[in-house]
Design a protein around this ligand. Structure first.
Ligand SMILES: NC(=O)c1ccc[n+]([C@@H]2O[C@H](COP(=O)([O-])OP(=O)(O)OC[C@H]3O[C@@H](n4cnc5c(N)ncnc54)[C@H](OP(=O)(O)O)[C@@H]3O)[C@@H](O)[C@H]2O)c1
Length: 236
């Protein structure tokens, strides 16, 4: 019997803690051919979320081959080593930090969607998933703080919902999902891990397994939603 052709995935942010684990898991267990993209290093293509022409070039480069089953956006920004940190109070709101956080967490993924959604299969199940965060849920915001990051993820969730409505008209089998990965042991969460404790902290591989299971379980009627690592829908 002829072997079914491998499914095809593109992972943007493959240098990240979660992104690298998703690439490894897709290759090991998911039966996917994976194309990787990152800002620098040895990925299949390079792009910077703050430079639309680099995103367009990357999509053109990978768009020459077969349509894909999965686009996974694993990029994101919370803090930088140079002291750029999430706000504890409105007194810390700073336009430069807020602009950068929005550029990477909301505008960049929207530009990726603009250039990569056309690469998805049009006649069968095809998924675009973007890593978001529970703290971007307006409904779930009980603690306050992290004003820019929260708002950028809320914006990301709305953008993905809006793209989902539009994409469903082109392909009724398509799914776009924002995903909350849990608290995962990566560079992004490292300065903030004390509050969750070791028991609440996922290894990137565990997180990748959980998120790929969620992606597998999603149906077209779920498209546009925000989902946790356990598959539960998180209210906007
Ligand atoms: N870790 C957690 O506990 C946690 C919790 C909730 C949500 N999330 C979300 O999960 C996602 C991934 O986080 P992570 O923990 O894997 O973080 P990470 O290890 O810091 O990875 C972040 C990724 O984003 C890329 N990136 C940042 N700015 C970019 C730009 N301008 N252009 C292109 N790529 C850029 C980084 O590329 P470089 O390697 O070039 O810097 C890296 O690949 C983020 O959206 C984050 O908000 C994480």
């Amino acid at each position: 019997m002829a072997k079914a052709p491998a499914k095809r995935a593109i992972v943007l942010g493959a240098s990240g803690g979660i992104g690298a684990a998703v690439v490894a898991r897709l290759r090991q267990f998911g039966g996917y051919e994976v194309l990787t993209g990152s800002r620098s290093g040895s990925a299949d293509f390079l792009f910077d979320l703050t430079d639309e022409s680099s995103i367009a070039r990357a999509a053109e480069q990978v768009g020459n081959s077969e349509p894909v089953d999965l686009v996974f956006i694993a990029t994101g920004l919370l803090h930088r080593d140079d002291g750029m940190n999430p706000e504890k109070s409105w007194r810390a709101v700073n336009a430069a930090y807020m602009s950068e956080i929005f550029a990477v967490n909301a505008i960049g993924p929207a530009l990726v969607a603009k250039h990569f959604l056309p690469l998805l299969k049009r006649d069968r199940r095809a998924v675009l998933a973007a890593l978001s965060a529970r703290v971007g849920s307006i409904d779930d915001n009980r603690l306050g703080g992290w004003h820019s990051y929260r708002a950028s993820k809320a914006a990301l969730n709305m953008l993905m919902k809006t793209f989902a409505i539009e994409l469903s008209r082109r392909n009724p089998h398509s799914i776009i999902a924002s995903l909350h990965p849990g608290t995962v042991d990566t560079g992004l969460s490292r300065p903030f891990q004390r509050s969750v404790g070791a028991a609440g902290l996922f290894a990137p591989e565990e997180c990748a397994d959980a998120l790929l299971k969620v992606i597998d379980s999603l149906k077209p009627e779920d498209s546009g939603g925000l989902f946790g690592w356990d598959g539960a829908r998180i209210p906007f």
